[in-house]
Ligand binder design. Sequence first.
Ligand SMILES: [Zn+2]
Ligand SMILES: [Zn+2]
Length: 298
Amino acid sequence: MNNRIITYVIVGILLLQCFASAQNVVIIVIDGARYTETFGAGSLYIPRIWTKLRPLGTIWTNFYNDGITKTDPGHASIATGTWQSIDNKGIIRPTQPTMFEYFRKASGALESATALVVGKLKLDILAYSTHVYYGAKFKASTFIGEDDTSVVRTLKMTLRQSHPKLIFVNLPSTDAAGHSGNWIRYLSAIRTADSLSYNIWQTLQADLFYHGSTTLLVTNDHGRHDNLHGGFRNHGDDCEGCRHIMLFAIGRGFPVNTVTTQRRTQCDIAPTTGELLSFPTLYSTGSSLLHDLADVPR
Ligand SMILES: [Zn+2]
Ligand SMILES: [Zn+2]
């Protein structure tokens, strides 16, 4: 091979790598934050998402968990795009394919191209489903932290080391603080999750692999009881407090400074991720959120 051919081959490989990294998706789930303390309170408890990120992205003010308003079912519904009535102890895996499985099966991506970074051991079930055509062969790389700070530390290490393209993060501390029944601690945990979410966005922007080619979604697995149904300490029924959650999207595919009032649900996140990363979500009952925004200039 002469030098020119070698140069063409190298340029070709580099171009392929560019195309391969054309789009990335990061999903952050702030565990158990109620809508009345997120978008419902404006900048009060989520100052960074509200004032720094919101002008650069899109918010949904009518976003819901219409399934079981507990941690494992809520996360599993987000990950699969179907309502998952699984137990909340981490014993049962999702019954329909997760976004990791769809992505890896469709693209041939390695396990290291995915990252599931969670703060609760019982969420390791999200790595893959029991679906007969998918399963462990297409599972996500999984990392378990203990609280929001350790989850984000682990996430940053993973971003640096393997540059995954599909990343699903659980920030557990708001839910733990809510269950303590201490209102001040609960609000403080939301503020911390807000800071960390902003910090994750900044980290992505400072990395050439992610800058300009990454969409970040921030949502919740469930809310918490409203004051007519027991208050913020617990969750798990079908009251408005438990069902109504936040969704924020920033980056490729989403218009800036946009408020969307259409009613959407957790089942729409997997198909949205599929549209962004070019994989079909065959068994999902939701639909891509990008359709709501077809007429909005980007
Ligand atoms: Zn939860
Ligand atoms: Zn409730």
